[in-house]
Design a protein around this ligand. Structure first.
Ligand SMILES: [Zn+2]
Length: 205
């Protein structure tokens, strides 16, 4: 395989990108020339070296020169440590933060679970989540909001999470709620507007 085919192979693994589009991306890069490629290479290196995954919520964040292990949201003492929202991906978190409505903590699941998945616990960060909840209990966790997408995978993930966390929540008197009300089917948190987010959070149940 030559470099064109190899890079196209990598692009085809991107979400929503097929083999034809991935080839177009490669030729686009080649057409843009060396300066563009050099800039991209430099930025990819920065992405590798300057963006870390938070040890606590598992989101990606730009670390400072000290290479701190905890992101600014987890480190913020003004945030409400009694609420933990479980979301599928970083872009959901970005959209929620943009709305400025939610002041609790997050955990990024890193994906969702398809209905016939044989190893559901491996499709999301199950072990890390259990660890996070154990730690959050010590800092006064009272509620877990499951905020997965309103599609088949999201609902299946929600059911898995309720099973995974049910006993633990009950033992520690933690309420488990969901954002279902006020959101239409097919909704991904990544795309909803601030007003809808606000309503969904206020009407959680
Ligand atoms: Zn964090």
């Amino acid at each position: 395989m030559n470099a064109i085919e190899k890079i196209a192979g990598i692009f085809s693994k991107f979400p929503g990108i097929g083999p034809r589009q991935s080839k177009r991306f490669v030729f686009f890069l080649l057409t843009k020339g060396n300066d563009f490629l050099d800039e991209l290479i430099e930025l990819l290196n920065k992405l590798k070296n300057e963006i870390l995954m938070c040890d606590s919520c598992r989101r990606f964040f730009p670390a400072g020169p000290k290479k701190e292990k905890i992101c600014n949201i987890c480190a913020d003492k003004n945030r409400d440590s009694s609420i933990l929202m479980l979301i599928e991906k970083d872009t959901d978190l970005e959209n929620l933060e943009k709305s400025g409505i939610y002041k609790g903590h997050y955990f990024v699941l890193g994906g969702n679970i398809s209905v016939f998945e044989k190893n559901p616990e491996e499709k999301i960060r199950s072990k890390e989540l259990v660890k996070k909840i154990n730690e959050s209990v010590k800092s006064g966790l009272k509620e877990i909001i499951i905020a997965t997408s309103l599609n088949t995978e999201g609902e299946n993930t929600m059911e898995f999470l309720i099973k995974l966390l049910g006993a633990m929540a009950q033992k520690n008197s933690i309420k488990i709620s969901t954002l279902g009300k006020g959101l239409s089917t097919g909704t991904e948190l990544e795309y909803i507007d601030s007003e809808t987010i606000k309503n969904a959070i206020q009407n959680r149940h």
